[in-house]
Ligand binder design. Structure first.
Ligand code: FE2
Length: 170
């Protein structure tokens, strides 16, 4: 029997982003904000992994449409928040750490790469959502896996270095 279709937690979160709520720019608690941003990015990765796993026969076209709509705006919003709120705070707070400048530069560079990648992936997801038969499932799977693997690695690295800087010595 075919399993009943249900909305996953991640899909619900992503879908809820389609209604633009007024998201006030965070001004306090940069680490709390970052933790939430990471959670959202990991939820997005999970959703993209489900799409990749469903290729080619079990694909949920609607999920592709949702992902195509939220991918770029979400990634840009997260990066912009990290770079305008969290990174400057870290730079100010941990001025004495000689490695912090290079670490933040690396993270910004990865943001840039992921934004370019997100643009290409959005186009692919739109085509998958529209049941475009010219899409090569193997290429689509490769792109999806490349993106979420790199984003998960980035989030893990960011968590690791920023956690290191956030924990007071002693
Ligand atoms: Fe980041």
């Amino acid at each position: 029997m075919k399993p009943m279709k249900k909305t996953t937690y991640e899909e619900g979160r992503i879908r809820s982003r389609l209604d633009p709520p007024p998201r006030p720019m965070p001004v306090t608690e940069p680490f709390a904000w970052l933790a939430r941003a990471h959670e959202e990015q990991l939820a997005l990765c999970h959703c993209l992994e489900e799409i990749a796993d469903s290729l080619p026969a079990e694909i949920d076209r609607q999920k592709c449409v949702y992902a195509a709509k939220v991918l770029e705006p979400m990634i840009r919003e997260m990066h912009s928040g990290e770079e305008s709120l969290v990174f400057p705070w870290i730079e100010r707070t941990f001025r004495s750490d000689p490695t912090i400048g290079a670490t933040l530069e690396r993270l910004k560079y990865e943001h840039c790469e992921d934004e370019c990648f997100a643009e290409e992936l959005t186009e692919m997801l739109e085509r998958l959502g529209a049941a475009d038969e010219s899409v090569n499932a193997e290429t689509a799977g490769y792109m999806l896996r490349g993106f979420f693997t790199s984003l998960r690695r980035h989030v893990a690295f960011e968590q690791e270095c920023l956690r290191g800087t956030a924990v007071p010595a002693g």
